[in-house]
Write a protein of this length. Structure first.
Length: 339
């Protein structure tokens, strides 16, 4: 089918570090160029001195990476930071998750992410909702997490950026209902929510359950991560995801995350959301590929350059099917879709 001329439009971006195994900046940007993409979320990259998380880049690496962006004609859609993937409390819980006193965390890590967003000319920072002590209920920590997230949003506001809170297992905001509770408690213009279907279905949620979690959080969604998962019927659900063992990730048109139904509903929200985002200097509504097709874990994933292309085609095919236009550059040239 052909997408109608009146279809709402999204901008396609992705975590390019999932593609080339070496994660070299030139390799990532070459892959994006070959796929026709002009945006990416910056997370892990080798700018010449080994692979680093974006938060650890040196001034010289930032300067060189910006030059490469100009050379390739590619821009950063979001800083893929790990902000919020730390313990809420300094207690031993059998995990390797770290704890940083919050005032120090706010001054150093959060401000660093805001500064990086400025350096890379993006208005979006991806983040998370803190690890509650293992064995406790996330609901019991909503108020404390919301207080911290409000302070993060305020730092982001001063820097003119939006903080996107991603739904993910094992954190306080591990489903749409909890994430929406945090969003409402914080009630800040610089906080948005990030939907990620694969982060829900990998918790053994059926498609109808994942859709319900989307519905619970959709009023706060600022952008989406596109990841999908096939539920393992043999898995005995314990309430905690062993991220190191996740292996059933698939393209978004082949999994259990209800992407077709979700995108059909999201379609109607795109025009108003795009207008809202543009007031913050964001060019439009991003759909951010994070496919994990060859594996994923707590701080990243692998798809390979081949898998990244497969994931992109799966997404564009699905967007065609639900009549959503997709833009690979963000500069107004909507590509013609095949039927």
């Amino acid at each position: 089918m052909a997408t109608s001329s009146s279809a709402p439009e999204v901008i396609l971006t992705g975590f390019a570090d999932e593609g080339p195994v070496d994660k070299k900046a030139e390799s990532q940007l070459t892959m994006l160029s070959a796929l026709g993409m002009s945006w990416y979320s910056l997370r892990f990259v080798d700018v010449g001195s080994g692979v680093r998380n974006v938060m650890k880049l040196t001034k010289a690496e930032i300067k060189r990476l910006c030059r490469l962006h100009a050379d390739f004609g590619i821009r950063v859609s979001s800083v893929g930071s790990p902000i919020g993937k730390v313990k809420l409390h300094d207690v031993e819980d059998g995990t390797t998750n770290g704890f940083i006193p919050f005032d120090k965390y706010l001054k150093n890590d959060v401000q660093r992410a805001v500064d990086l967003a400025g350096a890379f000319d993006t208005k979006l920072i991806r983040g998370f909702s803190f690890y509650h002590p293992r064995g406790t209920a996330p609901e019991d920590h909503l108020d404390e997490a919301a207080e911290r997230l409000a302070r993060i949003a305020e730092v982001c506001a001063k820097g003119g950026v939006l903080f996107g809170l991603e739904v993910e297992a094992n954190l306080i905001g591990q489903n749409g209902r909890l994430l929406c509770s945090l969003y409402r408690k914080v009630d800040h213009a610089n906080l948005s929510l990030i939907f990620d279907g694969g982060n829900l279905s990998s918790q053994n949620l059926r498609p109808d359950q994942t859709y319900s979690e989307y519905e619970a959080m959709k009023s706060g969604i600022g952008w989406m991560h596109i990841k999908d998962y096939k539920i393992d019927p043999k898995l005995v659900w314990t309430g905690v995801v062993d991220e190191a063992r996740l292996k059933n990730f698939v393209p978004c048109n082949a999994g259990d995350s209800a992407h077709e139904a979700i995108l059909r509903d999201f379609r109607g929200r795109i025009p108003a959301l795009a207008r809202k985002l543009k007031k913050h200097g964001v060019p439009g509504v991003f759909l951010d590929l994070e496919p994990h097709l060859k594996g994923g874990g707590q701080f990243g994933g692998v798809s390979g350059t081949d898998g990244f292309g497969v994931a992109l085609r799966g997404l564009t095919d699905l967007l065609d099917y639900v009549d959503i236009g997709y833009n690979l550059t963000g500069f107004g040239d909507i590509l013609t879709r095949r039927g």
